[in-house]
Design a protein around this ligand. Structure first.
Ligand code: PEP
Length: 260
């Protein structure tokens, strides 16, 4: 159970869907079906639920959902609030469109766009400037894991990506082993527990009580069939879900892990 992992303060889990570069208008019905199901379930679902669609859909999803408390987030943002940055999206724009959070430092951004910890750090500050919660992704590659470097790599990413002075309200950490994303592979429960334990120590060491309450999500091939096991690991406070968040049925099957 997640609630008292860190001591006395309950942590409300989050199940967040990252749609990546998927989602035309027709896909809205999947997101709205999630919102509908949350409305029907009411208090029975003991977790926050979020979908991060492509930027093109943030506003329409924010406007049409909410009946069941579905939250909407962005997938990335620029560090500036406006300017000559063709194709980029400012966090203020995401907030204006109805997002309450934004994913930063996803491994696909780090790999495809050369995003460093320093850049991710700037994006976290930018998200906060716009009033958004930053979902900061960290995780090792398969080579780093095989070389026994997982804890070092993740610790370095945490130190470099998360600015001082953050709170449990404005930062969420997502541990996503790069080799587990979209592959169907997942680490063993002991491995997840070890990395999440280290992340918790890092956060509480730096941020005290706030750090004990910051949510730590696991991401990488979460699906309905493994959600209960993964979400039951100490210091796992929810999931960041890629492929399985695209269809309401699969995503709700994961949310089900938190049904009381
Ligand atoms: C992700 O990319 O954030 C992710 C966790 O993907 P998947 O669930 O498809 O592995």
């Amino acid at each position: 159970m997640n609630e008292a992992d860190a001591g006395t303060t309950p942590i409300r889990p989050l199940v967040a869907g990252n749609w990546k570069m998927n989602g035309l208008k027709a896909a809205l019905s999947e997101a709205l079906a999630v919102d509908e199901a949350l409305a029907e379930a009411g208090q029975a679902v003991g977790a926050d639920v979020m979908i991060c669609p492509p930027a093109t859909m943030v506003m329409v999803l924010s406007e049409l959902s909410g009946k069941g408390g579905l939250q909407v987030g962005g997938q990335d943002c620029h560090a500036n609030s406006s300017g000559a940055h063709t194709g980029d999206v400012a966090p203020e724009m995401l907030a204006d469109a109805g997002a309450i959070a934004v994913i930063v430092g996803h491994s696909e951004r780090r790999a495809d766009h050369g995003e460093t910890d320093r850049i991710v750090h700037e994006k976290v500050l930018a998200a906060h400037r716009a009033g958004l919660t930053a979902i900061v992704c960290v995780g090792e590659t398969i080579g780093q894991r095989q070389a026994g470097l997982t804890l070092d790599v993740v610790a370095r990413q945490l130190s470099g990506s998360i600015p001082d002075g953050v709170t449990a309200e404005n930062v969420i950490v997502a541990y996503e082993p790069v080799w587990a994303i979209g592959t169907g592979l997942t680490p063993g429960t002991d491995d997840v527990e070890q990395v999440h334990g280290m992340i918790r120590e890092h956060l509480s060491g730096r941020f005290g009580e706030e750090g004990r309450r910051i949510r730590i999500l696991y991401g990488g091939s979460v699906k309905p069939s493994n959600a209960v096991e993964l979400m039951g690991i100490t210091n796992v406070n929810g999931a960041l879900v890629g492929g399985a968040s695209l269809m309401a049925k699969d995503f709700l099957g994961i949310v089900e892990a938190y049904r009381g």
